[in-house]
Design a protein around this ligand. Structure first.
Ligand code: ZN
Length: 132
């Protein structure tokens, strides 16, 4: 698994929040655009007035795919990966909880959970499921 870049000052707040289960997005205060990936300045208007904002973690399934091979030697095969369109208007990938029976347009909530290797994994749940 690709390790998060904890020592990258630009992404460090994302991983610190992820350990607590929170999802951070990056917002430009000059033009209001929200993005998933942080940058030192807004790529839309070139303003340096950018900052992290918390995501509510709610959205809908935009697309899904199923992974039939284990991603780890000791992992289970067969899980879904969702492209989630968050209410903030950005799309982010998340591992689907609860198998592959997800439909596009279905409501979803995402939060970081600790993976088997101790790294946070963005995980999607149905809104009725309780988050860890
Ligand atoms: Zn901007």
């Amino acid at each position: 698994m690709l390790k998060p870049l904890y020592d990258d000052p630009l992404t460090e707040p994302i991983w610190e929040a992820a350990v607590d289960g929170r999802v951070l997005l990056h917002r430009c205060d000059a033009c209001g655009v929200v993005r998933v990936y942080p940058r030192p300045f807004c790529i839309g208007c070139q303003s340096s007035a950018v900052r992290f904002v918390p995501s509510e973690g709610s959205g809908v399934v935009y697309a899904k795919t199923e992974v039939y091979l284990p991603t780890r030697a000791d992992g289970a095969a067969g899980h879904a990966v969702l492209l989630v369109e968050l209410d903030e208007g950005v799309r982010i990938l998340a591992k689907a909880d609860g198998g592959a029976a997800w439909r596009t347009g279905e409501a979803v909530r995402v939060a970081y959970e600790m993976g088997l290797d101790g790294d946070p994994v963005l995980t999607a749940h149905r809104p009725s499921a309780s988050l860890a």
